[in-house]
Design a protein around this ligand. Structure first.
Ligand code: URA
Ligand code: SF4
Length: 261
């Protein structure tokens, strides 16, 4: 077993111990697998057989502690990629550890790098409004990024940087186990699913995040939409309608009622 895999397995055992769950650690399979799916079929009326594997579903009270431990013990001192050299602060992510929706952006910008919190600049203001329009508050959702350190000049994170940081995100998703993931912009959806299509082509379509299923967890529906920073740059009626339509699909799936039309 190579060193990286051994480390990964040890990490999962440690996380599972903290969570008070037993799961089979798996670090071998590809983490990026997904396929487009149709909208959810109506729930079957009859009870279904229990899954073969018990998902690593953490006890609610422990989730925040486990997330905090990953942030404090690993991310804050992380040097797994070159982005560590130019960051001011790491930006782990924040929100309700039991959130039904998880928003995933690209990476910290200048304000986020200064404050150590995700989506607190101009794009964040717009995201807050979008969340409110969905009938939710920022405190009720979970917000993270595919890389935890700011890329210089806000450049797109390089593939090796996304790869280096990806395990943190997978563990955040595993712990929160949101019912729906909303990816913001092209790099975020590309990190979660295997696609060559641009976000303009695939937004508004449901995908599945399947990395957790490799270790007995659920697959999670993913809705790609435009990044709020892109929307600010191209603030057209058409783009705003598209994003709202994507968010409405998420709301429909969760049975939420809009606060605006
Ligand atoms: N843009 C992102 O993708 N993430 C942030 O946290 C802020 C801006
Ligand atoms: Fe570590 Fe991620 Fe920051 Fe790279 S971007 S140094 S992998 S926390």
């Amino acid at each position: 077993m190579d060193e990286r895999l051994t480390r990964k397995l040890r990490q999962h055992v440690r996380t599972d111990a903290l969570l008070g769950v037993e799961s089979v650690p798996m670090g071998t399979g590809p983490l990026r697998t997904a396929s487009p799916v149709q909208p959810a079929a109506p729930a079957p009326a009859a009870p279904v057989a229990p899954p073969v594997h018990t998902p690593a579903r953490p006890r609610a009270g422990n989730k925040l502690q486990v997330l905090d431990a990953i942030d404090r013990d690993e991310v804050r001192n992380c040097q797994k990629c070159v982005l560590c050299q130019s960051r001011t602060n790491t930006v782990f992510g924040e929100g309700d550890p039991n959130a039904r929706v998880m928003f995933i952006g690209e990476g910290p910008g200048q304000t986020e790098d200064e404050l150590g919190r995700p989506f607190v600049g101009r794009a964040g203001e717009l995201l807050d409004k979008q969340i409110a329009a969905m009938g939710l508050s920022r405190e009720q959702v979970y917000i993270a990024n595919i890389v935890k350190c700011r890329p210089p000049q806000n450049r797109t994170p390089a593939p090796d940087e996304v790869q280096a940081c990806f395990d943190y995100l997978v563990r955040q998703i595993e712990i929160v186990q949101p019912e729906v993931i909303v990816t913001l912009g092209g790099p975020a959806i590309k990190a979660l699913i295997d696609t060559k299509e641009g976000v303009t082509r695939i937004r508004g379509t449901w995908f599945e995040f399947t990395a957790l299923a490799l270790r007995g967890g659920p697959t999670i529906p993913v809705m790609p939409t435009f990044h709020p920073a892109y929307l600010l740059r191209s603030y057209t009626v058409d783009n705003r309608k598209k994003v709202w339509s994507d968010l409405q699909q998420v709301m429909q799936r969760l049975g939420l009622t809009a606060t605006k039309g």
